[in-house]
Design a protein around this ligand. Sequence first.
Ligand SMILES: Nc1nc2c([nH]c(=O)n2[C@H]2C[C@H](O)[C@@H](COP(=O)(O)OP(=O)(O)OP(=O)(O)O)O2)c(=O)[nH]1
Length: 131
Amino acid sequence: MIQVVCAIIEHKGTVLITQRSSKMAQPLLWEFPGGKVEDGESETDALVREIQEELNLLIVPHKRLVPVTHTYSSSTIELIPYTCSLQSGNILLAEHQAYSWATIDTLLNFSWCPADIPIVEEYLQLKRMQL
Ligand SMILES: Nc1nc2c([nH]c(=O)n2[C@H]2C[C@H](O)[C@@H](COP(=O)(O)OP(=O)(O)OP(=O)(O)O)O2)c(=O)[nH]1
């Protein structure tokens, strides 16, 4: 199974979400940015590396949420989410089509990659408990 880490980057009451480009797998769907964990790499090292490469941002991972296993037509992934904070950098999109700093109450309005939906739901539940 392919392990994919993704970052829920929280900043000023919003979270960063990204739209996959037409050339990527799951084209034009929205996701939490991240990517595959390489051999010998920790989940959090992979996350920090991917966000630097894809978005030019330095992040700090915090809480690991519940991983989601999802089977797409060509492969099965384990998608492992972490809440993260932003340390520094300005967004430069290397691969994605678009990004949005989305407020919590708009998250369900986006067309998500299917594997992300349980993660969005868990995250919304966490946020409601914190209110
Ligand atoms: N990064 C990321 N990938 C996701 C999410 N949800 C989801 O289903 N995926 C899928 C899409 C891809 O099939 C796979 C991750 O591939 P990727 O293309 O983002 O990873 P990568 O940057 O390491 O890829 P590569 O081009 O180096 O192979 O996981 C998500 O929230 N974030």
